[in-house]
Design a protein around this ligand. Structure first.
Ligand SMILES: [Zn+2]
Length: 215
């Protein structure tokens, strides 16, 4: 399995990760979709003629999902997935609840499937397991790849930082609980929704986030 960071287009974009599981391909998050050509070209190169099997969104916020309409049109992902608690605003095309309005963008109604704790995404030789980690939003999820001890955190925590809990459905108590929940995982590689990713010492970053939140 390889994880590659897709080129970003806008200063506000979340990170976009292309996961090549050998047999199947998966994209984590989409950025804002503002002037998306660099991201689209980067994804096209990484796919290299293969189809995109999965698009997984770590949570509802526009900087992570705003680019999905274009990506869906361009690559027709086999399945489009988000934590069940954050699925409603995408199904309804709710530009307020996704904070699209604040970013100056719009969300189209999108038919997404809801993910739940313990769901397994099969990449044909590699798997990612869904961990429900509310706090930044009510439906935020992490994805854990045991084979590489890799954790995709969305906006739960970053290198030297923790996601905010001040937007609608944010909850600092829930975020603390979510961090504690991850303590039992062996985390080496860390792929956060913003800032740099790490291929070592992921667990130390979790401990740092816990300290910041008093968890
Ligand atoms: Zn966010």
């Amino acid at each position: 399995m390889t994880v590659t960071q897709v080129d970003l287009s806008s200063l506000y974009d979340s990170n976009i990760y292309f996961v090549d599981g050998g047999g199947k391909t998966l994209l984590v998050d989409t950025g804002t979709g503002f002037s998306p050509e660099p991201s689209i070209n980067s994804i096209r190169k990484l796919l290299n003629g293969r189809k995109l099997d999965y698009l997984v969104l770590t949570h509802r916020h526009f900087d992570h999902v705003g680019g999905m309409a274009r990506i869906i049109r361009e690559f027709s992902p086999g399945r489009i997935l988000i934590g069940e608690g954050d699925a409603g605003p995408l199904r309804e095309g709710d530009s307020e609840a996704t904070m699209g309005t604040i970013f100056g963008g719009k969300i189209e109604r999108t038919d997404v499937e809801g993910l739940k704790e313990g769901d397994v995404i099969d990449l044909d030789g590699w798997t990612l397991t869904v961990i429900e980690t509310p706090g930044h939003t009510v439906g935020s999820i992490c994805l854990y790849g045991a084979e590489r001890k890799a954790l995709f955190t969305g906006d739960l925590f970053f290198m030297n930082g923790v996601g905010n809990t001040t937007d609608p459905t944010g909850d600092p108590g829930a975020l603390r609980e979510s961090l504690r929940k991850l303590e039992g995982y062996d985390i080496v590689c860390l792929y956060p929704g913003h800032g740099p990713y790490l291929v070592r010492d992921g667990y130390q970053q979790l401990r740092g986030a816990m300290r910041m939140m008093g968890a």
